[in-house]
Design a protein around this ligand. Sequence first.
Ligand SMILES: N[C@@H](CCC(=O)N[C@@H](CS)C(=O)NCC(=O)O)C(=O)O
Length: 218
Amino acid sequence: MEQAVLTISSKNYSSWSLRGWLMMKFSGLSFEEHMVSLDDASVRAEILLLAPSILVPCLTHKGLKVWDTLAIGEYLNEVRPKAGLIPADLAARTHCRSICGEMHSGFTSLRSALPMNIRGRFKNFKIWERAQADIERINSIWTDCLTTYGGPFLFGSKPGLADAMYAPVVSRFITYDVELTLAASTYSKAILELPAMQEWIAAALAEPEQIEELESEF
Ligand SMILES: N[C@@H](CCC(=O)N[C@@H](CS)C(=O)NCC(=O)O)C(=O)O
């Protein structure tokens, strides 16, 4: 199929869907979104045809299938090179790929203890020590990028791959009442003001699906 189709799941809970969807928006490639519920066995069979990992997001475009969020980002950078998803400068590009890799394979404590839940609000949430270490590392990544490249986004004036990778963290910090450093608060504001992010949040707020286990303090 010529037209790009991005398959995603819940806008309230699926952080990887948000990352892939923001990459699509930042790339400027027009696409249709296909929303699925991965709890349904027949849907899982359908997803298997698009992504052997049976995970979302996955992209189909011009007869190609791309699954796994980082691969989607790299693909978009190839087909939309002028969008600047990845910085042009070698040093910045290397830095960008390193922090994207860090998010893709790391921060497991933060991810498991503070799952994305855009609608949720947990005041005075008790943050586990290892999740706190992840938060501190993220703060230092953001501070370093904003200082080096001048903001308001991680690699300068336009949002790109790294911002898509870190945007769900901005939402988690609000949900779990995480105390923000000045850099984190400035960066969060820039992300939340993006029209694409506002569009996603509005859809997440309107979504009826609820996962009970994620709706109480745990
Ligand atoms: N490493 C994968 C992770 C994707 C992932 O874990 N996606 C979740 C949704 S956020 C998923 O599809 N989970 C399967 C399920 O819920 O059954 C990527 O980068 O795309």
